[in-house]
Write a protein that binds this ligand. Structure first.
Ligand SMILES: C[S@@+](CC[C@H](N)C(=O)[O-])C[C@H]1O[C@@H](n2cnc3c(N)ncnc32)[C@H](O)[C@@H]1O
Length: 648
């Protein structure tokens, strides 16, 4: 076995679900990581090894939180390589469901509502697709299976994993969890009521709940019970009595329980429990209760226990969670991320299944809810997402939280680093890319064929979702489909963004054996003729940076993002009229006063609090006395970045 291969434990639990192309992960390999940004407002630079992700051993006593931009399969494998095996105390994931819907983050340009220029204008809302959520069952199951196997390797012995799902795939994933974590590892299926009333639908009962599966490795994972306050009506009904001298409200509780029991002494009376019952307190407890006035006698002489309202702990939380509301349209925590989960939900999970300083992992971080809550609760965290917009959003919100915590001296973990694993710059284009590919290559779309997407000349065309490379599983599905169509004699063109290595030899072999149905691949990433449309014009900025003694005076003089203009679908000339202040396009500005050309250390960040506020665009910042490079990173509303650096 080559050295850099990491063994993954075989899943042996029962039952086992089968799907086309099921293949356990035997070995994985870590990937190169590139440190792209560090948020380190207290300048604890010594904590970092420049350029590469730090291993668990290096980090454990000098922790900084980690945010990875990349496919989580590769990120989880990399974490294993970095020594995180069994080091993660709690995992929460909220993977994309096979819902058939595209998840969209609505991006609004800043300040336009205030200016009142294009109010009500739909065009100011850019629909940026965050990820493409349409997968076929088999690929989805294989996708989840691989991630779950890796997560199990990372989970600590006393740790827990929570997987957030809904009716689409909840039942399949439970079987995967049984297989990977063993059915002994099952702790709860939590039903979270996410809506109070169903959305309008034509038929059937409206769905208003999600399912959260909780599994653990050990039978006694960390668990801190949560008690919920009783409803006021219940308390009013139950705690009807008031003690005249103290004013304390109390209720009377039955003194017996089912079973057989002995008579006990209640002062100078000896009382037998009723038939089939026993007294719930021991003789010592009864004697003490009588002394403290906690036992009273009913008219029939039956003892009863007094329970005071001010000592009520609340009721034990069940697996039906109806008290946590989703992020509504006016919620202050709303980040305009379609699948954003409420912080209260994560708070409950994190408080129940972890302690302070524990490491919490979410490898489908989305808008960063898990990281935000972990940070607020004094836990350490690791996040990951394949989408640059999600990484940017998570980073931006965490910066706000940490800055506030530093002001109030409230955190032990004021630093986080962003690493990139492989190259995912193309993510921004994901869903549009398929449409673009169709137009650009000249594919004639067909909507009637269940499997093929259209024709190119005489060839049948299959487009592989751009969220994964062409794999052997895709080819197997193609082969299965062709078996069902014995009369099909056309050749096949597969359009994909990239392809796995093993694919080429499979296709060569296939083409040798098949006089018809020959396969040709258009790989857009490398294709000179067709791939050119993937190159998009980057945003541009005009920035003035000057030294005045020990300060840098920075002014952003202009900014333009061709992608935003294109998506707003407005003419270049009209653009200036509709969006008079270029700062509307800027989401935030980050500044590094000692830039080393590779890693960006965020020394200052201008992240407007509210969505209608603009960045300032003008800054005066203390810089080192000696020669230094000041870098300004401008991130636009689509998460695209422009870097501008000047030696002072
Ligand atoms: C349902 S959202 C998570 C929402 C999150 N819980 C929140 O509160 O904002 C799922 C996220 O998983 C990400 N994702 C999908 N496939 C991924 C992959 N292979 N690796 C990493 N992230 C992925 C998507 O980009 C998306 O942001």
């Amino acid at each position: 076995m080559p050295e850099n291969k990491i063994k993954v434990t075989t899943a042996t639990g029962r039952p086992m679900l089968h799907w086309v192309g099921k293949k356990p992960l035997d070995y994985v390999k870590g990937f190169p990581t590139q440190l792209v940004e560090v948020f380190d407002p207290l300048s604890q630079r010594s904590l970092r090894a420049e350029g590469k992700a730090i291993s668990y051993n290096e980090l454990k006593d000098n922790w900084h939180n980690l945010l990875f931009h990349g496919d989580n399969k590769e990120v989880l494998a990399t974490l294993l390589e970095l020594g995180f095996r069994r080091k993660i105390d709690l995992i929460y994931i909220d993977p994309p469901f096979k819902s058939g819907a595209d998840y969209v983050r609505k991006v609004e340009l800043r300040g336009l509502k205030n200016l009142g220029r294009i109010e009500e204008d739909e065009a100011s809302i850019l629909q940026q697709t965050m990820y493409f959520d349409i997968w076929n069952n088999d690929t989805y199951l294989q996708f989840m299976y691989e991630r779950l196997m890796l997560l199990k390797e990372l989970l600590a012995e006393m740790g827990s994993i929570y997987v957030h799902l809904d009716w689409h795939v909840g039942h399949y994933v439970k079987l995967l969890m049984d297989e990977v974590f063993g059915s002994d590892g099952f702790r709860n299926e939590i039903v979270w009521q996410k809506l109070s009333t169903p959305k309008a639908q034509t038929l059937g009962f409206g769905n208003i709940h999600d399912v959260i599966l909780w599994y653990s490795k050990s039978n006694e994972p960390k668990f801190k019970e949560i008690r919920l306050a009783h409803k006021e009506e219940y308390l009013k009904k139950m705690y009807r009595f008031v003690e005249p001298d103290t004013g304390r409200r109390y209720r009377l509780h039955d003194f017996t329980q089912k079973g057989q029991g002995e008579p006990r002494k209640f002062g100078n009376k000896i009382l037998k429990p009723p038939p089939g019952k026993h007294w719930i307190w021991s003789q010592e407890k009864i004697d003490e209760g009588l002394k403290k006035g906690l036992i009273v006698f009913s008219n029939t002489g039956m003892p009863q226990i007094k329970r005071y309202l001010d000592e009520v702990e609340g009721h034990r939380l069940s697996d039906l969670w109806t008290d946590i509301k989703p992020i509504g349209s006016v919620a202050t925590e709303r980040l305009f991320f379609e699948t954003q989960k409420p912080e209260a939900l994560l708070e409950r999970i994190i408080k129940t299944s972890s302690s302070e300083d524990d490491i919490i992992l979410d490898c489908f971080i989305g808008s960063g809810t898990t990281a935000r809550v972990a940070q607020k609760l004094g836990r350490r965290w690791i996040g990951c997402d394949i989408n640059k917009g999600a990484i940017h959003l998570t980073s931006r919100e965490l910066q706000k939280i940490i800055s506030e915590q530093i002001k109030n001296k409230e955190t032990k973990y004021p630093t986080f680093s962003i690493y990139k694993v492989n190259d995912y710059d193309l993510q921004l284009l994901k869903t549009e890319a398929i449409e673009l590919a169709v137009q650009h290559i000249g594919i004639q779309r067909t909507r009637t064929d269940r499997f093929f997407d259209g024709y190119l000349g005489k060839n049948l065309v299959k487009i592989i979702d751009f969220n994964h490379p062409l794999t052997l599983l895709d080819l197997q599905l193609l082969q299965d489909e062709l078996k069902k169509r014995p009369d099909e004699d056309r050749d096949i063109t597969i359009v994909c963004l990239g392809k796995e290595l093993a694919v080429d030899s499979w296709i060569d072999e296939w083409n040798k054996k098949h006089p018809v149905n020959k396969i040709k691949v258009i790989e857009l990433k490398t294709d000179k003729k067709y791939g050119s449309f993937l190159i998009h014009k980057p945003a541009e900025a005009k920035v003035k940076i000057e030294r005045r003694d020990t300060k840098a005076i920075i002014e952003i003089q202009d900014f333009i993002s061709p992608t935003i203009i294109e998506r707003l679908n407005i003419d270049n000339k009209l653009f200036k009229v509709k969006i008079p202040d270029f700062r509307s396009m800027i989401d935030c500005v980050l500044i590094d006063t000692n830039y080393n050309d590779s890693t960006f250390h965020i020394i200052f960040s201008d992240v407007p609090e509210r969505k209608n506020d603009l960045v300032s665009g003008k800054y005066e910042i203390e810089v080192p006395k000696d020669k230094t490079k000041v870098a300004v990173k401008i991130i636009d509303m689509l998460g695209e970045e422009v870097l501008f650096a000047e030696e002072l």
